[in-house]
Design a protein around this ligand. Structure first.
Ligand SMILES: Cc1cc2nc3c(=O)[nH]c(=O)nc-3n(C[C@H](O)[C@H](O)[C@H](O)COP(=O)(O)OP(=O)(O)OC[C@H]3O[C@@H](n4cnc5c(N)ncnc54)[C@H](O)[C@@H]3O)c2cc1C
Length: 477
């Protein structure tokens, strides 16, 4: 049963040990508070039966030959990377934002690459552990978190120099059965509704920091795991039901309070030289994912802004045309970076293709620095109504509804309900808790823009550019 239904997924969540806390109380994974965030994941299961998405969503396991959801697959060719990027763009269109499930795809691929490289150099058996875990993950169509970002404490201090060593997750005990880990991971998207936490280091480490060089998978309800969540959803609708309002998200602090992990689920333990490689390999995959999902956000902003301009009768105004064109450039430039990253991918010793780091970083950086500008364009074109429109209850109230219908009008021929729907959507999308989440995610998710700049310049051949300038200037070497 390599392909599960959304119901299978929800049923297994219900069976998990309650270890989720949200907004002041301990909740079950069937708590209504989580319904909208879980809907986003349900979409990723339903999408394999959607005629428009099916071909992108389905691929075959290289381990078993069975048909699997692409979100559980490895990238074993350039074509796989193209398909990943396109799948993310198309899926994000449907849920109106982040589909969330790509995090684990990127982590699995990164662990697949680096566990093999550790084995190649050290004669360990991490890659075999990984492949066995992947077989289980694919066979059960699982959902994983990426538990990478440590709490980090004092940003000036290395993990070993923190006041409390637990501010970066680390190994506190090892024996013949496995390891015990302690610490917490921050910002973990989907924490309350994943099957597994996939843990990787967040940074490069030194020889003294071997205890922090650890990667593993644990069931999300394992003994000692606590998930402290923040749920964000769009405002509920009454009659003007809309697809955008069906989906939400939850992020979390995931605490690992002396959690036991058996060796067969450990993919790195002590190999400090590979910690940075694992963190950056994940970053490369995830920034490539952003080159698919961020253009989808641009598409949504662009579509909403163009429609608002059309309803307002200003779609031909030169400044509107110009601003919409700018959005087209941003979205397609980011997407093109992802294509370039895939086209220049490297085949690693595991057989997994890693996207070219220069281009995945360039794309993610362009996306990150433009996110507020894109919302700015939507805001300017939509006018102030998304922030002041009286709530749906007033539109439905027979005493006030007729006023709102008569006075909220734009170009003749546009039905008032369409206006109410569009401006409510723009309000939910750009002037709400969900919008704030999306903007912060757009800047920091996958790494803040400064991290991409560091990634771009670290491998950049600046000397060759100086040589070009010297030659043109007639400067002798
Ligand atoms: C919505 C959302 C979802 C996320 N989901 C996940 C997830 O599922 N899994 C996961 O692992 N992570 C996730 N992240 C984490 C994301 O990768 C981090 O937010 C990002 O790496 C920045 O880390 P931080 O938030 O701790 O910021 P900080 O580390 O506090 O950095 C903030 C700023 O401080 C400066 N700074 C920080 N450290 C230094 C330093 N040493 N020297 C100089 N300047 C410094 C930089 O300017 C940086 O931009 C998510 C983030 C967001 C916003």
């Amino acid at each position: 049963m390599a392909l599960c239904t959304a119901e299978d997924y929800v049923e297994r969540l219900k069976r998990m040990r309650p270890n989720v806390y949200a907004h002041g109380r301990k909740i079950g994974r069937d708590d209504p508070m989580l319904a909208l965030p879980i809907n986003t994941l349900r979409f990723t299961f339903d999408a394999v039966n959607d005629p428009e998405l099916r071909d992108l969503m389905l691929t075959r396991s290289h381990l078993t030959g069975e048909e699997i959801n692409r979100f559980t697959s490895l990238n074993l060719s350039v074509e796989d990377l193209y398909a990943q990027q396109e799948m993310k763009r198309r899926c994000c269109h449907r849920v109106g934002g982040c589909t969330q499930r790509c995090m684990a795809t990127d982590t699995l691929n990164a662990i697949g690459v680096v566990s093999k490289e550790i084995d190649d150099e050290k004669g360990t058996e991490y890659h075999a552990h990984f492949l066995e875990f992947l077989r289980y993950y694919q066979a059960n169509d699982l959902v994983g978190s990426t538990a990478m970002t440590d709490m980090k404490g004092d940003r000036r201090a290395r993990p070993s120099a923190q006041e409390d060593p637990d501010l970066y997750l680390h190994v506190v005990k090892k024996d013949s059965g496995g390891i015990v880990v302690r610490g917490a991971k921050n910002h973990i998207t989907m924490g309350p509704y994943v099957d597994e936490h996939l843990v990787i280091p967040t940074r490069t480490l030194t020889e003294e920091e071997g205890d922090w060089a650890v990667s593993f998978a644990v069931p999300a309800d394992a003994e000692g795991v606590r998930i402290i969540s923040r749920v964000v959803t769009p405002r509920p609708r009454i009659r003007l039901e809309a697809p955008y309002n069906r989906y939400g998200v939850a992020d979390s602090v995931v605490v690992f309070d002396d959690v036991f992990v058996p060796w067969e689920r450990v993919f790195m333990c002590g190999e400090w030289e590979f910690a940075g490689r694992l963190a950056l390999t994940f970053a490369g995959f995830h920034r490539h994912s952003y080159c698919g999902c961020k253009p989808a956000i641009t598409d949504i902003i662009l579509g909403a802004a163009a429609l608002a301009a059309e309803y307002n009768g200003v779609e031909k105004a030169p400044h509107v045309v110009d601003e919409l064109t700018e959005l087209m450039v941003i979205g397609e430039l980011v997407y093109a970076s992802g294509i370039a990253a895939a086209a220049r991918a490297t085949r690693t010793s595991s057989g997994i293709f890693t996207p070219a780091f220069l281009y995945s970083n360039t794309g993610r950086y362009m996306a990150g620095i433009n996110i507020y500008h894109e919302y700015d364009v939507l805001n300017a074109i939509a006018g102030g109504v998304p922030s002041t429109l009286p709530p749906e209850e007033d539109w439905l109230n027979p005493e006030t509804g007729p006023d709102l219908e008569k006075y909220i009008r734009r170009r003749p021929g546009v039905p008032p309900e369409n206006l109410h729907r569009l401006f409510r959507f723009i309000s939910d999308f750009s002037c709400s808790a969900m919008a704030g989440w999306s903007q912060y995610a757009g800047v920091h998710g996958g790494g803040s823009p400064i991290m991409e700049k560091i990634g771009i310049r670290s491998g950049y051949d600046l000397e060759s550019k100086k040589r070009i300038a010297k030659r043109l200037a007639g400067i002798e070497e």
